[in-house]
Design a protein around this ligand. Sequence first.
Ligand code: SF4
Length: 210
Amino acid sequence: MKEKVYNITSYLDELFPNPRCELNYNKDYELLIAVVLSAQTTDKRVNKVTAVLFDKYPTLKDLKNADIKDIEKIIKEIGTFRKKAVFVKEIATFLDDNYDGKVPNDRKVLESLSGVGRKTANVVLSNLFDEPCIAVDTHVSRVSKRLGLAYKNDSVEVIERKLMKKLDKSIWSKTHHQMVLFGRYHCKAINPECETCKLYDMCKEKKLKV
Ligand code: SF4
């Protein structure tokens, strides 16, 4: 397994030497809100709507006091927009009322916020506070299973635990970003680019394409 993990991480380093989150944000709370909005949609769509949302409501107080119908209108093109508009207002209100508008470096508090689960907390903790974390999203899950780092029926919690065990803690956050990008641009759900993939020999799904 050690050699396998080494081969995977070396290839990911080759493909994505400086991986970063592809959600756009200028302020800490903007990242938190962008990650909440990104559930079941693409970063590209989220970036499109947050550009308008954060421009129209440039402070957390503005978002807290925004008309929910207007938030809905702005984020309409992403899935479950009504529910997400409520999350935006509730998060803005909570942070403004209790944390002076700051995002707390505290997993428990983050996970208590509307629309924030473990994956979102992991993304926020790793990007804003350099906490070593592995956020398991749809890409990380798929790539882990295809590469035999997890079983097909493993839950996201189990996958996260397995990856934390197999990978050195110092590369958790980096590898998370790399796996997201690998899943997004190479090991796609449909039509993965197996012909050019250097992990082909160890892949459980290599017969998909070749
Ligand atoms: Fe993904 Fe194909 Fe590479 Fe397997 S061989 S890891 S399915 S891109």
